[in-house]
Design a protein around this ligand. Structure first.
Ligand SMILES: NC(=O)CC[C@H](N)C(=O)O
Length: 268
């Protein structure tokens, strides 16, 4: 299908707050985003079947009460489960950013090792620092990962802002994640080595994991915000980049959205 026919569902409401940036990211790569309130999905005014790409965005859904992502995930699980199962079975794409990643883990949609997308096996716990963190980080993508969204990425800088970003799982699940290259992006130091210390690892995530996908690579969640780095002027180094004549054409976060929309355009 044409890129402009790729319809992206961005679910809004209840304290989520990244819908405009996310819609801008989709438009930048030629897709057609739609903002739909969770209640309108639950009421049946829109169905997931209208779209090929679903994004769970960042923010503070339901005020992070009971743990970030929990209530939102339960609304989705108990009201939209059948639609979501079909969405995944149809080969479509799902991305969760920050609060959206928290929601995906609460649902069980990542890592979903055995194809069960509704049993939780991972979590994003409170940062080791004990406080909300607002910073930039460096990520490195695993070239062996099946993740559709990180194809072609090596090292990338992204902004982050969260209080509950520490990726935790039990040893057995962690072993499977590593063996199957599902840890698509990790926090790294300037030299590209995995970041084990604060602040390069901003939250104490196990194995420096910043984002994971399911075994198909079509469901992906990450803590940093690609939609918040769409313009080179978002970068904290843009004045230096400009002075050196090295201001890039676009922000480093755009690639995740381009990869997703290219994949859909190729497969549908
Ligand atoms: N930026 C976000 O999406 C924040 C996620 C969540 N509210 C947290 O603080 O951890």
């Amino acid at each position: 299908m044409k890129r402009s026919d790729v319809k992206v569902l961005i679910i809004t409401g209840f304290g989520l707050n990244c819908e405009r940036e996310t819609a801008a990211a989709c438009r930048l790569v030629g897709a057609t985003p739609e903002l739909v309130h969770l209640n309108d999905l639950i009421a049946g005014k829109h169905t997931l079947g209208e779209y090929q790409f679903l994004i769970f965005i960042g923010g503070f859904a339901f005020g992070d009460h009971l743990g970030s992502g929990t209530i939102f995930a339960n609304r989705v699980k108990f009201r939209l489960r059948d639609q979501l199962e079909k969405f995944i079975a149809d080969g479509k794409l799902v991305m969760g950013v920050c609060n959206g990643f928290q929601t995906l883990t609460r649902l069980g949609m990542v890592p979903a090792l055995d194809g069960d997308y509704f049993t939780q096996t991972a979590a994003l716990a409170h940062n080791d620092s004990g406080v909300f963190r607002d910073d930039w980080c460096i990520l490195k993508a695993d070239p062996a990962s099946p993740c559709v969204f990180t194809k072609g990425i090596d090292k990338i800088r992204l902004p982050l802002r969260h209080g509950e970003g520490k990726f935790v799982v039990d040893d057995a699940v962690l072993g499977e994640i590593e063996a199957r290259h599902l840890a698509a992006v990790r926090y790294v130091n300037q030299d590209g080595t995995p970041a084990t210390e604060f602040p390069a690892n901003p939250n104490g995530s196990l194995n420096s994991i910043a984002g994971i996908c399911d075994p198909t690579g079509r469901v992906f969640g990450l803590m940093p915000h690609p939609e918040a780095f769409l313009s080179p002027y978002n970068s904290p180094t843009w004045t230096f980049d400009k002075a050196a004549g090295k201001l890039p054409r676009e922000g480093e976060g755009v690639v995740f959205f381009r990869n997703a929309v290219d994949y859909i355009a190729d497969h549908f």
